[in-house]
Design a protein around this ligand. Sequence first.
Ligand SMILES: Cc1ncc(COP(=O)(O)O)c(C=O)c1O
Length: 379
Amino acid sequence: MVEISELIKAHHRELSPCTHGGDVWKISEKFGIPLNRVVDFSVPINPLGPPKKVLQNIRQHLNLIKNYPDPNHEWLIETLSNYVRVKSNNIIVGNGSTELIYLFNEAFVESGYEAVVPIPTFGEYKVATMRVGGRPLFLRCDPAKNFRLNFEELEKAISKKTRVIYLCNPNSPTGTLYKKDAVLRVVRLAAEKNILVFLDEDYGDFVADNRRYSMAEYIKRYDNLFIIRSLTKFFALAGLRIGFGIASPDVLNGLRKLKMPWSVNSLAMFAATEAIKDNDYITRSRLLISRSRRQMQKMLQELPWLRVYPSETNFFLIEITEGDLTSTQLKEGLARKGLLIRDCSDFDGLNNRFFRVSVNKAEENKKLVENLKSFVNSE
Ligand SMILES: Cc1ncc(COP(=O)(O)O)c(C=O)c1O
């Protein structure tokens, strides 16, 4: 018998895949609820669904799935570069922004080096770091300070071993938006020390007009900055998988060498090109999110057993502050009613008293809050 476990690479043996929200498939099967009746609060996706023009465009191009996708996707890159106002050689596309998290680590991280990761945050940064032999160095953010990152502590955590600093802005699952000055300061400091900054702006599209910003313009000045953006959330294309990265040509050349061919499929390319042109959809989505966010926050704050953390994006991190109920029990109870929330017990830096809910349409948010009330009353 071959001992397969001994053949697995040493630094992969302790690795386990990250868990995520959005498992509408499981809930549907487990509780016999039709898939389209599950209201998903577990992943922060635009409740309007994909733009209609995108769906039409995909239908028109269905026959192209017999061909391989354009491996260079130059037209998509051109459109994306205009969208974020950088040059086309500053853009790389990926099978969701997740592909780019993995590619980035493959290109730049190796055994003996560390990634500074403020937690709680998106779990794939840790897994992607460990996959290539790197070590994540967690920096715990304080719940008493609404999980706001202490930038002085971040600076202190940097050492000769640091290869990357992660910043998720707005951060998931907390919804915190960092100040632009603070982000810039980290990028500058990192540049002086030959350290890369991985900036995840996936939820930036949902931030209110007067608060929204991107650091894209700074890639001209700072070639240690790598930014990811996703189209899976704001344009509701999660099942199609499309995201992109913004950085200096030198950083992107490091990634391109390793990129799996055809990782972005043809339909995703057409969908992305159409989606970012749809200004009417973009405006309607932002209006809906800003109204629904306010409404949802107000309703949630009226539940005395919950602490709702302030958020600048389309989801709220919530803590159960009274009683014995865990977030895992709450998730299970709500799932029976076709409402899926994100149990945050598996996030580094959180525990089984935390959950996250995304902002949906007003009537759906109301249904969630009503069910939260009745669920607790029946405990
Ligand atoms: C903070 C954050 N970054 C990146 C991703 C990856 O998204 P995608 O691969 O769909 O672009 C997610 C997905 O949930 C996320 O929450």
